[in-house]
Design a protein around this ligand. Structure first.
Ligand code: XIL
Length: 696
């Protein structure tokens, strides 16, 4: 079964189930989706989002009482059990057969509003999420609201916020997790954040006139292809599709050529013996987009064949049964070979010449280096990447370029591992290009990105595509302008690189509008939901024309000292990486409270304080730190360069005073100071002071 199709159909069925229960549908209907267990623990009573007395929508579900808002997502079994927070009831979510299986909460009433969500979550799986799904113009998007590091046997609090678009439909908030472990949920709340905007006050977004926009593909024709990721909503809407045609000459299907979209479970299982080593494929969901691309003379980057994500787990099992044994190397190699062969054969038969490149392997290197421990690796072994490229070379038409594609591939450490893995593949003649995903923030220095790009090209002798470009809108007073200026800077750097002979062939954005983006909260794209062009779009065009974006006039930066002793009710520190932060009373250098930084998974995980206001000024800073680690550091967060500003011996186990001065660079958009250690030990911090040096 295909994920998108399934989720879509599930979403509709869940709502049907909900209405069905109210209109007395037969239990057969509900049994076909999500199995429910014994009578007294059944979660069958579902109701729409509850309203608080004031008429403002809210979900408040603690799994006490008789009726519950939870709806099974996928094949899950939902049960109320007595092991909740403080011995109350909790929801147990079991029988998860795919990572997106979990529990749904119907959330249409939040349309057009900012919401905050909160839940207590427990799971043996390492990462559990509160996510949101909705349709915009018939296209379903799935976004994370918050991901928490679970994996222990205690409940972890998840807090997140989300802006639900005003044109979203079929809105579902759901809980999911990376692995198939059971998930336990308690005290789930979703409420309006700020002022409630009632449905009749939410205007449907109109599309603006796009005819006068300069064309990126024309402006950049001497340099590289301009690409964009599309989805079915784009091709079925004339405003969207004409914008794509006028701006871009290369497209990527955002989801519909991924393994979960094209592997047909039902057809594969229909004849297990015949299909044991060959998955049955069905490209129906990709057809509308491919037909449209072909009719518009576009070229396509195929995305993606071998990946750990959006790939059904059952394909890795001997009998396609996740309760059975994993398939062995020989069987998995045959399945892989057939899969790659069949995808290329289908594409070549149905759309000859349409594809110019394919991401053969996606995201195979772990964030901390080494190979990601995917099911491909577990079943085939460490050479699975090499094998995939060899099969791809064997079956791909000669004019299709074979790519390895990854995120954070500009970061030195990860780049080292990627090159190490790709070198033998390039030497064997099976690699044509590296796709550097561009899910970045404005703190990534363009020069650093280009340096990495050049290194791939030189060391592997391949071409480069910048893929999946979406640059998080910074959290600064002139956010849109800063994002635009960053785009201008980045694209100027791309142009210079190209002029210097670096083989950058193509740059693709990961979506058309902020509203359609998989990270819509981050507003990372060139156009708003109504197709109006953002400064980001003009930044890209001005990199060619040499014009300048108009800087908004802003109030002077606040240069008043930062004093944080963790005694008040609101605090300035934010987590870095997976770390969690909490104000505690068991330790304090002064007063009653201090900040505890815990749940650190990497040495760079910690707690950060924003110092962007001090850009261009010298500051002095001081803080007390206590940790069981032998040393601790205060560092500055400029992505790609993380200077350690002060490193102190903390082996005494007592509070240690950290002090320093720092000239905060002017050429960054946002910058933070952060606390870290050489390991993942907890850190206590108290009495942070940051002020202009000349004030001291
Ligand atoms: C994302 C899509 O944008 C989402 O719609 C989907 O729910 C998850 O995948 N790296 C990749 C892309 O290679 O395929 C991912 O796309 C984003 C991260």
């Amino acid at each position: 079964m295909k994920r998108n199709a399934l989720q879509q159909c599930f979403c509709r069925t869940a709502i049907f189930l909900l209405l069905g229960c109210m209109t007395g549908c037969s239990s057969q209907n509900s049994a076909s989706e999500g199995t429910l267990s014994s009578e007294d623990t059944l979660v069958t009573e579902v109701a729409p989002v509850s309203e608080s007395v004031s008429g403002i929508p809210a979900i408040n579900e603690n799994f006490e009482g008789d009726s519950h808002l939870a709806i099974p997502r996928g094949d899950t079994v939902l049960e109320i059990i007595p092991d909740g927070v403080n011995n109350s009831n909790a929801l147990k979510i079991s029988n998860r057969t795919d990572s997106w299986n979990g529990v749904n909460f119907e959330a249409d009433a939040f349309r057009g509003n900012s919401i905050k969500v909160n839940a207590a979550i427990k799971s043996a799986g390492p990462a559990t999420r509160i996510s949101i799904q909705y349709d915009v113009d018939g296209n379903t998007t799935y976004n994370w609201i918050v991901s928490v590091a679970t994996g222990s046997d205690s409940f972890i609090t998840a807090n997140g916020a989300y802006d639900v678009p005003g044109n979203a439909e079929n809105i579902i908030i759901y809980i999911e997790g990376d692995t198939l472990d059971d998930i336990f949920l308690d005290n789930f709340t979703a409420e309006i954040d700020g002022t409630y905007i009632a449905p009749d006050a939410i205007a449907a977004p109109a599309s603006v006139d796009i005819s006068a926009y300069p064309s990126l593909k024309n402006l950049y024709e001497d340099y590289f292809h301009m690409g964009v990721a599309i989805n079915p909503a784009i091709v079925s809407n004339e405003n969207f599709s004409s914008l794509v045609c006028s701006q871009f000459d290369s497209i990527t299907l955002e989801n519909n050529l991924k393994p979960e979209s094209i592997i047909d479970k039902e057809a594969t299982l229909a004849d297990l013996d015949a299909n044991r080593s060959q998955l049955v494929l069905d490209f129906t969901t990709a057809k509308a987009e491919l037909d449209w691309a072909a009719s518009q003379g576009m070229t396509i980057r195929g995305h993606t064949l071998i990946w750990h994500s959006q790939t059904p787990n059952w394909i890795f099992y001997k009998d396609y049964d996740i309760n059975g044994e994993l398939a062995d190397r020989t069987l998995m190699l045959t399945r892989m070979e057939n899969y790659i062969k069949d995808v290329f054969a289908w594409a070549d038969t149905n759309y000859p010449g349409l594809f110019s490149a394919w991401d053969i392997v996606n995201e195979a290197i772990a964030d901390n280096g080494g190979l990601r421990d995917s099911l491909w690796r577990q079943t085939i072994g460490d050479d699975y990447i090499e094998q995939a490229f060899a099969f791809a070379r064997k079956y791909a038409p000669a004019d299709i370029e074979l790519f390895y594609n990854d995120y954070n591939s500009y970061q030195g450490l990860k780049q080292g591992y990627i090159i190490e893995v790709l070198e033998p593949i390039a030497a064997a003649g099976n690699l044509d290009g590296v796709g550097m995903q561009g899910h970045i923030s404005t703190s990534v220095k363009p020069e650093l990105f280009i340096k990495a790009l050049e290194k791939y090209a030189n060391q592997l002798n391949v071409v480069i595509h910048v893929t999946e470009l979406d640059i998080v809108m910074p959290n600064t007073p002139a956010a849109e302008y800063d994002q635009g200026a960053y785009h201008q800077n980045l694209f100027s750097t791309f142009i210079e690189a190209k002029k210097a002979g670096i083989p950058l062939e193509s740059v693709s954005f990961w979506g058309l509008t902020d509203t359609l983006s998989w990270k819509s909260n981050d507003k990372p794209l060139l156009f708003r939901g109504d197709l109006s062009a953002k400064p980001a779009f003009y930044g890209v065009t001005y990199a060619i024309t040499g014009e300048s974006l108009e800087a908004p006039s802003l109030p002077e930066a606040d240069l008043s000292p930062i004093e944080e002793d963790f005694e008040g009710s609101s605090h300035l520190a934010v987590p870095r990486g997976d770390a969690s932060l909490k104000v505690v009373t068991d330790e304090s250098q002064n007063g009653e409270h201090s900040l505890l930084i815990y749940n650190r998974k990497e040495n760079w995980n910690g707690g950060m304080i924003d110092i962007t206001n001090f850009k261009g000024h010298t500051i002095t800073f001081s803080a007390y730190v206590k940790t069981a680690s032998p040393t601790a550091k205060i560092s500055a967060n400029i992505d790609g360069v993380w200077p350690n500003l002060v490193v102190n011996d903390t082996s005494s186990g007592d509070w240690v005073l950290f002090e320093g001065t720092y000239l905060v660079p002017d050429d960054v958009i946002a910058i933070e100071l952060y606390f870290e250690t050489e390991d993942t030990t907890d850190i206590y911090v108290d009495n942070i002071t940051i002020k202009l040096a000349d004030e001291s």
